[in-house]
Design a protein around this ligand. Structure first.
Ligand SMILES: NC(=O)c1ccc[n+]([C@@H]2O[C@H](COP(=O)([O-])OP(=O)(O)OC[C@H]3O[C@@H](n4cnc5c(N)ncnc54)[C@H](O)[C@@H]3O)[C@@H](O)[C@H]2O)c1
Ligand SMILES: [Zn+2]
Length: 366
């Protein structure tokens, strides 16, 4: 088992990463839950076996344990779900001595974290991420929220969990597409701040993608979370350096937005393409050396991101980036790789530069 300690302004919390953690719950979880009532929030898409394992592990330890199901998918991230959960907590007479457990992908973590943040002005919660994306990224950092008025994550807060438990065996029931998509966030972390992780991914990509050995995920997940933890500790409320974590996301969000109605693009695929575009810009500026550029492109192509985005008009993609909340005070922040393990946030990328980079990525094949 690997352990990460995250120090935030108002609290410190542990992230435990290990295969089979749910079958032999660590002392840290049992101690934290002892004597509390708990509501395990999960969605209807999660295999029941995962829910039962967590329920069993906690039932013996907790004063009371119950499971609250929300609908699955992004559409659950709305005010109705927040109200449903809050009503249940009130009915159960939950208070600050109790704790919520968020068991699911990023959707469940975002909603359960948000409800935890606002119910009685804040109750403790534990994250147990079940998708590769949530295990590599969403489970730490404290960003919680829901979609509102057409805006993604428009209502939210920074509210950290008390404990995070990452068991890579859970992702074995995910589709290969979802797993692949989650790994894009691991690649992102490697490019931002861990050259050794990048090399590890290059060597193990086949094994990681086939999921024959979920134990092989332990180290990459630990290292990806470590990169995010370092960035978040430096800038908890996204005033500056935390923007690094948006590598690939400015273009990625634009692609997701443009395709969401007709033929949605998975988040990880969108981020993979966004990282390719960022690498093109950096190469063109002479900031990223051709060797690192080629390694980045090759690894991202191994993730085989879907290609239907290539039918989009490049100008439309650029226009859509303006809708992204990352455009602050008229400035579009873009994260560019300077080398593997090092990135820079810039605000002077021109429309022409972006279009040129998108066109070049369209011309690339795996
Ligand atoms: N807070 C953050 O820092 C942060 C970071 C990245 C993404 N997010 C958010 O995460 C959300 C996306 O999360 P996601 O990609 O994890 O998808 P998701 O949570 O929407 O889950 C996708 C589907 O997979 C199912 N599922 C979950 N775990 C499974 C498993 N182990 N086996 C089989 N099926 C499983 C779910 O039931 C759901 O139907 C977005 O809303 C995004 O905004 C948040
Ligand atoms: Zn992401």
């Amino acid at each position: 088992m690997r352990r990460l300690t995250i120090q935030c302004l108002r609290q410190t919390y542990e992230v435990l990463i290990g295969l089979g953690l749910l079958d032999q719950p660590p002392k840290a979880l049992l101690d934290f839950m002892a004597g509390r009532g708990t509501a395990i929030v999960t969605d209807r898409g999660l295999p029941l076996d995962h829910v039962e394992r967590v329920y069993k592990a906690l039932k013996a330890q907790c004063k009371m344990a119950t499971v609250l199901h929300i609908k699955k998918g992004e559409q659950a991230k709305d005010m109705n779900t927040v109200l449903e959960l809050a009503q249940e907590l009130a009915r159960l007479r939950f208070d600050r001595a109790d704790a919520m457990v968020a068991l699911g992908g990023g959707t469940v973590l975002d909603i359960a974290g948000f409800v935890s943040a606002i119910y009685m002005r804040g109750i403790p919660y534990v994250n147990i991420p079940t998708t590769a994306l949530a295990q590599a990224d969403a489970c730490i950092g404290g960003k919680v929220g829901i979609n509102f008025g057409g805006g993604k994550n428009l209502l939210g807060s920074f509210y950290h969990p008390s404990l995070v438990m990452v068991d890579p065996s859970l992702v074995q029931t995910q589709t290969m597409d979802d797993l692949r998509s989650g790994l894009a966030e691991v690649v992102k972390a490697a490019i931002i701040g861990d050259k050794g992780l990048f090399a590890m991914l290059e060597h193990n990509a086949g094994a990681l993608l086939s999921l024959k050995d979920p134990a092989a995920l332990e180290d990459p997940l630990y290292r990806a979370l470590k990169v995010k933890a370092m960035v978040v500790q430096e800038d908890e409320i996204e005033a500056g350096p935390r923007m690094k974590l948006n590598l690939g996301h400015t273009i990625g969000h634009a692609l997701e937005l443009l395709l969401k109605e007709k033929n949605p693009l998975a988040h990880g695929d969108a981020v993979a393409v966004g990282m390719m575009v960022a690498s093109e810009i950096a190469l063109n500026r002479g900031w990223l050396c051709p060797g690192d550029y080629t390694r980045i492109m090759d690894l991202l192509h191994l993730l085989a991101p879907a290609e239907h985005w290539k039918d989009l008009d490049s100008q439309a993609v650029v226009t859509a980036t303006g809708l992204d909340k990352k455009r602050r005070a008229g400035v579009l922040h873009v994260v560019l790789p300077l080398e593997i393990g090092h990135v820079k946030v810039v605000s002077d990328v021109t429309e022409q530069e972006l279009i040129r980079a998108i066109e070049r990525v369209k011309g690339h094949g795996p």
